[in-house]
Design a protein around this ligand. Structure first.
Ligand SMILES: [Zn+2]
Length: 257
């Protein structure tokens, strides 16, 4: 059971806006990334110690970026050496953690030409459970590149996870059709949108993530699609209730080409 922590709005370059009370999670090495300053409603950054449960692919470096805490402080507080590798599920105390910032790791590459949107088709999941499920399928890591939580398993709806596959910049394991695994970034929303609606938190997080990725990798709008819209893909993914009209409206609000 993960302990809860508070998250606050981060507004600026990349507002993946999340609200209060959340569960601990994190991610990894970030050659290039964006960070958003987090400020309380009174304009003061609020800090407090918190416990974070390590998710797949997370490092002390990434935890430091997300909570705005020095790596040395995290190492010292937890009796770790800089050479130590964090283990999935390991509990790490973050001393004086600032409100969580969504950090999107990006890596210079000409590989990524498409963005494919999926749903997990499961009611409850998080980065850890999906990672383990995909390993049981024989894959070396989570099949997708990014996950957007739905608030189950102690997560915060709209929180984004970058998977170890993305951090390693490996081919995907999310869409064989049209050879998309070699050229498409796979984003999976946790949930089953064949029978439930996408929450506002998840949709906003998705739009912000897609906006950032498509701008960074110069991906045209026509190359952003649901799994089921990929030529030769025979699937309903990301579910018949996925709000495409609203998604495109929100995405277009940032300009299009
Ligand atoms: Zn899919």
């Amino acid at each position: 059971m993960r302990s809860k922590y508070f998250m606050y709005l981060c507004a600026a370059v990349l507002p993946i806006l999340l609200s209060s009370c959340a569960a601990p999670r994190m991610r990894t090495n970030v050659p290039t990334s964006i960070m958003v300053p987090s400020v309380s409603t009174r304009g003061v950054v609020e800090r407090h110690d918190m416990v974070h449960v390590v998710m797949p692919g997370e490092t002390v470096f990434r935890l430091g970026r997300m909570y705005d805490v020095k790596v040395a402080d995290i190492l010292s507080r937890n009796g770790l050496k800089s050479s130590d590798t964090l283990k999935m599920g390991q509990k790490i105390t973050i001393p004086g953690a600032a409100p969580l910032k969504e950090v999107i790791p990006v890596f210079p590459s000409r590989k990524w030409k498409y963005i494919i949107i999926h749903h997990s088709a499961t009611d409850e999941d998080d980065a850890m459970s999906l990672y383990k499920m995909h390993q049981r399928r024989g894959w070396d890591s989570t099949g997708y590149d990014f996950l957007i939580d739905n608030g189950t398993k102690g997560t915060v709806a709209g929180h984004m996870d970058a998977t170890p596959r993305w951090i390693a910049q490996k081919d995907g394991a999310h869409c064989k059709a049209s050879n998309m695994n070699t050229k498409a970034i796979g984003i999976c929303l946790i949930g089953n949108f064949s029978k439930e609606n996408v929450s506002d938190e998840q949709l906003k997080a998705l739009v912000n993530l897609v906006k950032y990725l498509r701008a960074y990798y110069n991906i045209p709008l026509k190359n952003i699609m649901g799994h089921g819209q990929v030529p030769e893909a025979a699937t309903e993914c990301p579910g018949k209730l996925f709000p495409w009209k609203r998604f495109w409206e929100l995405l277009a609000s940032a300009g299009s080409r």
